[in-house]
Design a protein around this ligand. Sequence first.
Ligand SMILES: NC(=O)C1=CN([C@@H]2O[C@H](COP(=O)(O)OP(=O)(O)OC[C@H]3O[C@@H](n4cnc5c(N)ncnc54)[C@H](O)[C@@H]3O)[C@@H](O)[C@H]2O)C=CC1
Ligand SMILES: O=C1[C@H](O)[C@H](O)[C@@H](O)[C@H](O)[C@H]1O
Length: 336
Amino acid sequence: MTIKIGVIGTGAIGADHTRRITQTLVGAEVIALTDVNADSAHKVKSDLGLNAEVYADGHELIANSGVDAVLVTCWGPAHEEFVVAAIKAGKYVFCEKPLATTAAGCRNIVEAEMAAGKKLVQVGFMRPYDSGYKLLKEAIDAGEIGAPLMIHAAHRNPTVPEQYITPMAIHDTLIHELDVFRWLLDDDYVSAQVVFPRKSKHAHDQVADPQIVMLETKKGIRIDVEIFVNCQYGYDIQCSVVGEEGIANLPEPQALTLRKNAQLGQSILTDWKDRFIAAYDVELQDFIDGVATQNLTGPNSWSGLAAAVSADACVKAQESGLIEPIEMPETPEFYR
Ligand SMILES: NC(=O)C1=CN([C@@H]2O[C@H](COP(=O)(O)OP(=O)(O)OC[C@H]3O[C@@H](n4cnc5c(N)ncnc54)[C@H](O)[C@@H]3O)[C@@H](O)[C@H]2O)C=CC1
Ligand SMILES: O=C1[C@H](O)[C@H](O)[C@@H](O)[C@H](O)[C@H]1O
């Protein structure tokens, strides 16, 4: 059985996910597309030679009885509306991170899914599918470094567009770390603080950049994450887990080391599409397989809510300059 997929939002990642479903993954076909910029949807259809229909909006696409599952890859503020609509239509939905830009939005999705009585949502937290993060998790779980004590991390982008503003450093960028550290450490957060170093001249007026976020977990682990979204030199994700008996570092992406003209160097990736290409493939194949077997096993709505609860506290800490508490709700039986 081929899973028929509808895509809401055919921008950068919507087009990339449509490409991978069409050219790389197995078991699914994109038969419906929509974007508020209709030209974008038509271009993806044409570029990939899809036998697909372009819909006026996401609700029309969801209502199409031929669509088995929905990809929500539009802007973050529009996620909640379409995820809830897909759930109410009884359709599986892969929602790119963030599930919603606030915890309140995620709670609405969780309540709709629990009312539907079936786990229909996978969230696009792809780092637990990344081979490097899986090596980190294996080392920690095997006790290779002893009990983790600290994490030093960095999330660096070369540049961001004008519409990227200060809170997005949390709910659109740091949200990856907020999710993956819970999984790596099997732990939850208790507080957050945000400090602002000297501002980069490459950062536009509406974004404080760089930022340093400091988190504390229930086990007492201290985490610092540098968010630097105008670093110019590349797309650079760093994660160093310091334990009682050793340090485990996220592997650098494979790259050629070149000795030439009295120089020694490696290239650095500049785009998230390349840095996590394999993880995106694996996460979406997992989603397709989960729909086919009616059993999703990837990051679920509760993962989205937990990350959003922490993100809300980080955004508050951006504004207050204080150490803000993070109160994580108890995980319902439905999501255990
Ligand atoms: N997992 C990851 O590593 C990444 C995740 N993302 C996430 O994917 C989502 C999209 O990001 P990008 O593709 O970079 O943005 P983008 O701006 O390139 O594409 C978003 C598209 O959504 C469309 N759109 C906005 N509102 C809509 C609506 N109500 N209905 C239909 N279409 C609508 C826009 O016209 C645009 O074409 C965001 O939530 C972002 O956080 C983005 C990049 C990487
Ligand atoms: O998910 C992503 C990418 O992974 C980038 O690292 C972030 O900075 C970007 O905002 C977000 O969409």
